[in-house]
Each structure stands twice: as structure tokens, then as C-alpha cells.
Design a protein around this ligand. Structure first.
Ligand code: 5GP
Ligand code: ZN
Length: 137
């Protein structure tokens, strides 16, 4: 996709600070890093979001994520690590080329994800799961 910033990074048309690359994935520093060691792991082919990942790409991106996460742990020894991955503007996605964030975490580092727990009754969970099982391909 010609106007996609991550496609341009993958193609070397705009600069990035690379950590690792292989045939299918590229890991590079997030220009807006939250904490040192904040890395983005992107797929090389243009895929808008998680719905476009085939099994090979899905496996490749998580293999790279786990490998780079181990490097972040070794290099920075953070107190925690958050994987963040947004699909669609409503979910907070701002670059519409599939990527996930590895964010080293520290207590009181200011990153907030509010999680409004609903605790529905078991029957509701059963109905939700049945709906999903019927939709599985
Ligand atoms: P999203 O909001 O889609 O989950 O994450 C997009 C991320 O891409 C943001 O954290 C932003 O800082 C990062 N980003 C946007 N443009 C560039 C760029 O040109 N280079 C790099 N390295 N990161 C970028
Ligand atoms: Zn792209």
C-alpha cells in the first residue's frame, strides 16, 4: 500500500531503527517510545490488521515477538512487559499495518489501560462462547 508508513519502513524508503528482521517480520523501535526498549513487531507484507494474518504470518510475528521480548528482558530487566496490539480506530490503532507493541513496564510508569469488568452470569458466557464456536472457520 503506497501511502503506508510501515510499508515504507519495510521497503527502506524511510528510516527506522531496526532490532531484528527476517523474511516475514521486522522489529524496530517505536518512534514514540513509552519506555526504553519499546519495540514494534510488524509483518513485512501489508496486512491492515489481525484479520488479514494467515497462519504463517501469525506464527512468524509471534515467534519474533517472543524472541525480541527475551532480548528486552535481558537488556533492560523491566519489572513487567505489556504486549499491546490494536485493530481498528475504535481499538486505538493509528497505523493500519499489522504490528504489535512490546512495552517494558515499571510500576507507576503512567501507562493506563482501563478495564471495565462486567462479570456477567455464567449463562451469558456460555451464550457468547456458543456464538463464537459457530463462527469459527
Ligand atoms: P498503534 O497506535 O497503531 O498501535 O501504534 C502505532 C505506533 O507507531 C505508535 O506507537 C507510533 O509511535 C509508531 N509510529 C508511527 N509512525 C512511526 C514511524 O514513522 N516510525 C516509527 N519507528 N514508529 C512510528
Ligand atoms: Zn503497510
Amino acid at each position: 500500500m503506497s501511502d503506508c508508513v510501515f510499508c515504507k519502513i519495510v521497503a527502506g524508503q524511510i528510516p527506522s531503527t531496526k532490532v531484528h528482521e527476517d523474511e516475514l517480520t521486522l522489529a524496530f523501535m517505536d518512534i514514540g517510545e513509552v519506555n526504553p526498549g519499546h519495540v514494534l513487531v510488524a509483518v513485512k507484507p501489508h496486512v491492515d490488521n489481525i484479520y488479514g494474518l494467515d497462519d504463517t504470518l501469525a506464527a512468524a510475528v509471534f515467534r519474533t515477538a517472543a524472541r525480541v521480548a527475551r532480548a528486552v528482558k535481558k537488556a533492560y530487566a523491566p519489572e513487567g512487559m505489556t504486549l499491546y496490539q490494536a485493530n481498528g480506530a475504535a481499538a486505538g490503532q493509528t497505523v493500519f499495518h499489522f504490528h504489535l507493541h512490546l512495552v517494558p513496564r515499571y510500576a507507576e510508569d503512567g501507562l493506563r489501560l482501563t478495564w471495565p469488568v462486567k462479570n456477567p452470569p455464567r449463562e451469558q458466557l456460555e451464550a457468547n462462547a456458543a456464538r463464537l464456536r459457530a463462527a469459527l472457520e
